[in-house]
Design a protein around this ligand. Structure first.
Ligand code: SF4
Length: 187
């Protein structure tokens, strides 16, 4: 197992660009992973995936696409627990990332969610570290929030599709109304 290898869960092209560059600059062999059953509806998921594929070609990094779009599993876990939906969502995606890393012999995993100002870092870090223990791989944490503009600087000339909401139908509804769905304090 290469200690300087990392599997990066990718939520979208715009968060991925600088994140991949960052881990490469730290000396890691970086592989990107697409697995986002939280992105609704399906054609929105496909638009973001196409942007991701174009980015990987333009930046020449390896992209693994998990073909199953497990949105039913996402809803089975979240419905009735909407106030905890982000924790459940992180867990589904990072679980697949850790499991895939083990299968590929990649020593570390992380997520592009760590470059977003919209996401809860303490929650992500806690879930990443819990999964690291379960799977026996290491979770790499870095607070990249100040570098989001660098990421956009990379993707802007590529004119890639850019989403207007986080991913799930709940977040889309919040984005286009002035309403929010109540969440527990750790969300
Ligand atoms: S708001 Fe974003 S992180 Fe939270 S559940 Fe929806 S898609 Fe996942």
């Amino acid at each position: 197992m290469n200690n300087k290898s990392v599997l990066i869960h990718c939520c979208c092209a715009h968060c991925t660009a600088y994140t991949v560059k960052y881990w490469q600059e730290q000396g890691y062999e970086a592989t990107a992973l697409w697995y986002n059953p939280n992105i609704h509806p399906y054609m929105e998921h496909q638009s973001r995936l196409e942007a991701m594929k174009t980015l990987s070609e333009n930046m020449s990094f390896n992209l693994i696409v998990i073909e199953s779009y497990d949105f039913i599993e996402y809803f089975r876990r979240v419905v009735g627990h909407e106030d905890e939906r982000c924790a459940l969502c992180f867990d589904i995606r990072l679980n697949k990332t850790a499991e895939t890393a083990i299968g590929l012999g990649i020593k570390n995993f992380t997520s592009t969610l760590l470059i977003s100002h919209q996401q809860k870092h303490d929650l992500l870090k806690g879930i990443g570290e819990k999964l690291a223990q379960e799977f026996g791989v290491d979770f790499l944490y870095a607070d990249l929030r100040k570098r989001y503009s660098d990421s956009r600087h990379i993707t802007k000339p590529m004119d890639l599709y850019r989403q207007q909401y986080c991913g799930c139908v709940y977040s889309e509804w919040e984005r286009y109304t002035d309403k929010t769905i109540e969440r527990s304090s750790n969300q």
